[in-house]
Design a binder for this molecule. Structure first.
Ligand SMILES: N[C@@H](CCC(=O)N[C@@H](CS)C(=O)NCC(=O)O)C(=O)O
Length: 219
């Protein structure tokens, strides 16, 4: 099995976490976005990481790769059997890609100081939605999104929270104090072996997002 990946990419990070959670051996191929190999482009027709090659078949899109890995390598199980819970996993993963990250990237890309407070407020509201609709309703005693066991939701979301220190540095984004469950989840995730095995520090992310963020913008 081979994973085409890039250290900076939160989406590739999701699939690396799934492979590590399952204890699978894989070849890790780091992609240079400025110099994409033909082999990579054959595996990843969108030209994006992550892409997985398994048994001669190629797959792409992080959430789909992770569902595939869970079906083919069912232990430990990361997608619940129950159809309603399965739907919840997909709803939250869709929310991450469709709403949460869209607002987070809009905050980072914004160069107009007069729009900063509004964009920051939007991400805070997304975090509050995660707190009230996600953790409060689904997690019970926690610490993970669906309770005691880690699931594909946690793996989909955590990479964006490992990168939060760069958003804090450039845009003043932090977890609001009225989101204690979300904050506790970040701590619980940060302690998992899969996460610590491949974690990057704050300075790495601050340097990586410099071109993206430009100037530091305070609230
Ligand atoms: N929806 C995709 C997003 C993947 C994605 O956007 N990857 C970025 C890096 S974070 C990429 O490969 N970009 C290629 C490029 O910039 O040329 C997924 O979930 O896998």
């Amino acid at each position: 099995m081979e994973l085409f990946t890039a250290r900076v990419c939160p989406y590739a990070h999701r699939s690396r976490l799934a492979l590590l959670e399952k204890g699978l051996e894989f070849q890790h191929t780091e992609i240079d976005f400025k110099n994409k190999s033909v082999r990579f482009l054959e595996a990843s027709p969108y030209g994006k990481v992550p892409a997985l090659v398994h048994d001669g078949k190629t797959l792409y899109e992080s959430l789909i790769i992770n569902e595939y890995l869970d079906e083919v390598f069912p232990e430990p199980q990361l997608m619940p059997d129950d159809p309603v819970l399965k739907a919840r996993v997909r709803i939250w993963n869709h929310y991450c890609d469709e709403y949460y990250t869209a607002d987070q990237y809009a905050l980072m890309k914004n160069r107009e100081s007069e729009r900063h407070a509004e964009l920051l407020g939007k991400v805070h509201d997304r975090m509050r939605f995660v707190e009230s609709e996600g953790f409060v309703k689904l997690s019970g005693a926690g610490p993970y999104w669906l309770g005691a066991e880690v699931s594909l939701i946690d793996l989909a979301w955590y990479p964006f929270f490992e990168r939060l220190p760069a958003w804090t540095y450039y845009r003043g984004l932090t977890i609001p104090t009225d989101c204690p469950r979300l904050a506790a989840w970040v701590t619980a995730m940060s302690e998992r072996a899969s996460v610590t095995d491949i974690a990057n520090d704050k300075d790495y992310y601050i340097a990586s997002y410099e071109g993206y963020a430009g100037e530091v913008m305070a609230a």
